[in-house]
Design a protein around this ligand. Structure first.
Ligand code: CAA
Length: 248
């Protein structure tokens, strides 16, 4: 098992926490990067990841701010070494139908969910290419593939994320760097719990496996893509959605 350095944005969030744990279990040093403004959630995260306390570290930053991303990456590199694995899992929702959506709700989602991917990838790609190894995994969404009522902002960002991933995959393929996306369906996270109950029940009724996904079911796919042995998978999107959207 390789001693790689992994950085996970949105690292203390619902999916991010499980992704950190899976990567740590596979022997990686993991940095969970997230907003520093949620001390309660950070305390929970530390409890939930206590068995890996020697291997999981926290870095505060704002993914929507390019310079802040660059500074955080510098701190991580000087503390732990160059980043081998980047998982972009930072994301928010501001759900509302387009006729009611404010420019701010549009910008907030695009800045965090899509600009954030640029901010992070732009700041690691050169070093990964120079060293001849890198694994970039972008957490997209089934709703980037199908669209969802009330999510013009989120669906646009998530679909854009996969276009970005495919283009980047081509640019770095010869350098030992892969870029892939994982598109989770509806999982048991705070984001999904925030959907009004009646709407959520209707959504679950439309999932062929008949339940929400578990964050660990997403994390194991990220861990798989991050492996040294996954070097022939690039520009791919792996859907993990309980059959909610089937495609080939
Ligand atoms: N399909 C069709 N019609 C719908 C609808 C739907 N899914 N949801 C609401 N409507 C209808 C309502 O019944 C209502 O009809 P009337 O006007 O006839 O009363 C009307 O549309 C409401 O329209 P509004 O413009 O008022 O909608 P709104 O601004 O209040 O937004 C909503 C409604 C908050 C978006 C609500 O539909 C909702 O929460 N939908 C779920 C969104 C969702 O799935 N988000 C995913 C979050 S988790 C995530 O994103 C993680 C991931 O990657 C999977």
């Amino acid at each position: 098992m390789s001693k790689r350095i992994a950085l996970v944005t949105g690292g203390i969030g619902g999916l991010g926490t499980e992704i950190c744990k899976h990567l740590a279990r596979s022997g990686r040093t993991v940095v969970a990067a997230d907003l520093g403004s949620r001390p309660e959630r950070l305390a929970e995260f530390k409890q939930e990841t206590a068995e890996f306390a020697d291997r999981i570290f926290f870095e505060p930053f704002n993914v929507a701010d390019f310079d802040d991303c660059a500074a955080m990456i510098k701190r991580v590199e000087s503390a732990h070494g160059p980043i081998d694995i980047l998982v972009n899992a930072a994301g928010i929702t501001r759900d509302t139908s387009l006729r009611k959506m404010s420019p701010q709700q549009w910008v907030d989602v695009l800045k965090i969910n899509l600009d954030g991917v640029f901010n992070m990838c732009r700041n690691v790609v050169e070093s990964m290419s120079e060293r001849g190894f890198g694994r970039i995994v972008n957490i997209s969404s089934v709703n980037g593939q199908t669209g969802q009522f009330g999510q013009t902002n989120y669906s646009a960002a998530k679909a854009g994320m996969h276009g970005f991933t495919m283009a980047l995959a081509r640019e770095v393929a010869r350098k030992g760097v892969t870029a892939n996306s994982v598109s989770p369906g509806y999982c048991r996270t705070a984001l999904v719990q925030a959907i009004p109950e009646t709407v959520r029940n209707q959504i679950v009724a439309g999932i062929p496996v008949g339940r929400l996904g578990e964050p660990s079911e997403i994390a194991r796919v990220v861990d798989f893509l991050a492996a040294d042995e996954s070097g022939f998978i690039t520009g791919a999107n792996i859907p993990v959605n309980g059959g909610y959207f089937m495609d080939f």
